[in-house]
Design a protein around this ligand. Sequence first.
Ligand code: ZN
Length: 357
Amino acid sequence: MPTLNLKPGIVTGNALRELLDYCKSEECALPAVNVIGSSSANAAIEAARQAKAPIIIQYSQGGGQFNAGKFLDNSKQAASIAGTIAGAHHVRTVAEAYGVPVVLHTDHCARKLLPWIDGVLDAGEAYYKATGAPLYSSHMLDLSEDPLHENLDTCARYLERMAKLEMTLEIELGVTGGEEDGVDNSGIDNSKLYTQPGDVLAAYDKLAPLGSFTIAASFGNTHGVYAPGNVKLTPVILKNSQDHIQGQRKTAAKPVHFVFHGGSGSTQDEIREAVSYGVVKMNIDTDTQWAYLSPIKKYMDDKDAYLKSQLGNPEGPTKPNKKHIDPRAWLALGEKGMVARLVQAFEDLGALGKFGG
Ligand SMILES: [Zn+2]
């Protein structure tokens, strides 16, 4: 087993590269969890501590905006930029306190949202100048709606900028189905839901000389949880792409690091097959949202008689309800639910016991 020298705090640069290589060679992957503020971020960090493994924490554009507050005007992405930067500083500080290595990432950025990543990168460059480390470990660009060459040209331009900060770029080839963060791809043509090996080779040729990158490929995966039957998950597309590059460019086996979007609702067998073909990161959002909500819903139901007014409950007409009303009483339950679901994700991804735990 290759050795890893991971330190608590944010994993960037060569350390991230080694971590992704390690995951690929050990056939395990890390959960990438969408967070929207300190509560969900802390739950993700605690899950990593319990799993004794690193975790990937990501803000979407909407998640960043929420972190700054929906009150703030978001024209020109001002709120999304501010919230995404603030979120990074929170995770940096708390991850170190928990003693957990965290990969800090941003999720889907379509072409119209590029000003968001531009703003975060401006802050990242200033942070790098001051500290010698990037603010974020990696960003994702999702230009999969564009023609392939436009997608790759823009990604190459960003990777050149990000490589100077020792950052990794995640790109998307093919379209993840379903709906997330206000982007609805549930009606899209089925052929677009499957990435072509030739496209993966083109991305490899364009980006490999420039820096570190990962590829979100489409193999029938969808955002959200749906009744089975509509789209078939076919992870073998990932294997075919790896074999194609290896054959054409005479690389070692599995030259590409893949990302599995829409991990929620997938079976452990499906997940492990995808991981065996070079998936090193699996995004999980809907399942952790549900795991966060469920215990809070139960609390609201169970404590209903204590939550109708500030004074008065079954124990007496003037008994105070302050301790039941306090958001800390019920947000903590959501966090615990999310921790448990994420520990399950580490198990599904074959990551338990792989990092010295
Ligand atoms: Zn996604």
